[in-house]
Design a protein around this ligand. Structure first.
Ligand code: ARG
Length: 459
């Protein structure tokens, strides 16, 4: 079989070597973007009188036929034609004859693949941004229903202070808000056209790069042809933002896994997002959350592998760069899938408010309150801390909690204690009083929900 680039060669290729060098097994994913790029290119060639209108229209019809076939999965790709570009060129000339060979005038596979990847990632970045919005919506919706649901808040995974469950959920809302912002920002640099940079140095044809860029919806063109064909920063930025998204989801996964355990029992996951055990009939495993936590690794891996791949590459295109695709596709699929799973999981989880209420009444997470109480009455905080520490110890010895301790004990510990401490110690009072900006106080949480809604509306 003759190669499209075979003119200079005297020996025919070995099949197994071709197979090693080919990217078609994975870059066929870019078929629609490749055709879209070609359609813009040919329109530009005609507008610049580089091709006649007849030639351009024949090529356009041929490309449209190929697009139809691609959508129906009717294209029979071959390894011998190496990649998506050469496969499509072959299909095109089979379809419309030698005029198909004119499509490649004034461009190279190097600017072509860069264009395809920009188009692909732009589309998927926007889709992921949309998915983030859905998940934020789900978090906001659950938060709205649980402003006054109180859970223990933790540091070091030790009970620290009671907080509103909504406040905990909203922390993830704001992480996702930053994730969204990062992707939005990356779009600015991604939405630039490399098309027309040629192999590396531009072209002798009087092309109009601005016109093809405009046809493809790009905001601008790369200023430098070498940079245009060798830049993969836009993928790295996407992968870095994706790594952070996965890190956030992985942290939430861990919470879901803990919360749905018998030990916590704070939430019950909907059956759709859990699985049973083949041997232990009682089990309901949070598989989907675990899987998202696990998949975080491959997203980091893809990021590090592309960084490593590019390190030390001289300008401009090098075949190494063919290795940039699978990780990008994998990151897109993984991030999209993970966000979608989490959106469903949050929307459908049952919150065990009674368990949470019981738990916040059976711990010492209100101890800070007592110390603050004494401090506000003039006792130096260090001393107050000491007094309360001793009271906690007394409770532990008697197997009770601070709310159960009689007034006589309080009076004995410090004459500053009055009857009102029983109200101060109630979890709902503890939470309500943390009314500083961004705190867990119910009033603050209500405000945060409103700001969250505004943030979503502005998208
Ligand atoms: N399949 C190639 C890739 O994915 C396309 C660009 C090939 N360019 C070249 N000069 N061999 O990187």
């Amino acid at each position: 079989m003759t190669k499209l680039w075979g003119g200079r060669f005297t020996k025919s290729a070995e099949e197994w070597v071709d197979a090693f060098g080919a990217s078609i097994p994975f870059d066929k994913e870019l078929v629609e973007e490749d055709i879209e790029g070609s359609l813009a290119h040919v329109k530009m060639l005609a507008a610049c009188n580089i091709l006649t209108n007849d030639e351009a229209s024949t090529i356009k019809t041929g490309l449209e036929t190929l697009l139809e076939k691609a959508k129906k999965d009717e294209l029979d790709y071959s390894i011998q034609n190496e990649d998506i570009h050469l496969n499509l060129e072959k299909f095109l000339t089979d379809e419309i004859g030698p005029v198909g060979g004119k499509l490649h005038t004034g461009r190279s596979r190097n600017d072509q693949i860069a264009t395809d990847m920009h188009l692909y990632l732009k589309k998927h970045t926007e889709e992921i941004m949309d998915a983030i919005k859905q998940m934020q919506q789900a978090l906001l919706h659950q938060a709205e229903q649980h402003i006054e649901t109180i859970i223990p808040g933790y540091t070091h995974l030790q009970r620290a202070q009671p907080i509103s469950f909504a406040h905990h959920l909203l922390a993830y809302f704001w992480m996702l808000e930053r994730d969204y912002g990062r992707l939005q920002d990356s779009l600015k640099r991604m939405n630039v056209s490399p098309l027309g940079a040629g192999a590396l140095a531009g072209t002798t044809f009087p092309i109009d790069r601005h016109y093809s860029a405009e046809l493809l919806g790009f905001d601008s063109i790369y200023e430098n042809s070498l940079d245009a064909v060798s830049d993969r920063d836009f993928i790295l930025e996407f992968m870095s933002a994706s790594s952070m998204i996965m890190m956030h989801l992985s942290r939430l996964s861990e919470e879901m896994i803990l919360w749905s355990s018998q030990e916590f029992n704070f939430v019950e996951l909907d059956d759709t997002f859990a699985t049973g055990s083949s041997i232990m009939p009682q089990k309901k495993n949070p598989d989907m959350a675990e899987l998202v936590r696990g998949k975080t690794g491959r997203v980091y891996g893809n990021f590090v592998s592309l960084l490593t791949l590019l390190k030390g590459l001289p300008l401009a295109y090098n075949k190494d760069m063919q290795e940039d695709k699978e990780g990008m596709f994998d990151t897109v699929t993984t991030v999209k899938g993970s966000i979608k799973i989490f959106t469903g999981m949050i929307e459908t989880m049952t919150v065990n408010t009674d368990v949470m209420a019981k738990e916040t009444h059976s711990d010492f997470s209100n101890a800070t309150e007592l110390a603050d109480y004494l401090a506000s009455k003039g006792l130096p905080f260090r001393e107050a801390h000491e007094v309360v520490g001793k009271l906690v110890l007394t409770c532990i010895e008697r197997g009770i909690y601070l709310l159960d301790l009689p007034m006589t004990d309080y009076k004995q510990a410090s004459s500053l204690f009055e009857e009102d401490i029983y109200d101060v110690l109630k979890p709902s009072t503890v939470v309500a009083r943390r009314n500083s900006a961004g705190g867990t106080g119910f009033e603050q949480v209500r405000k945060a929900i409103e700001s969250g809604k505004t943030a979503l509306q502005q998208k």
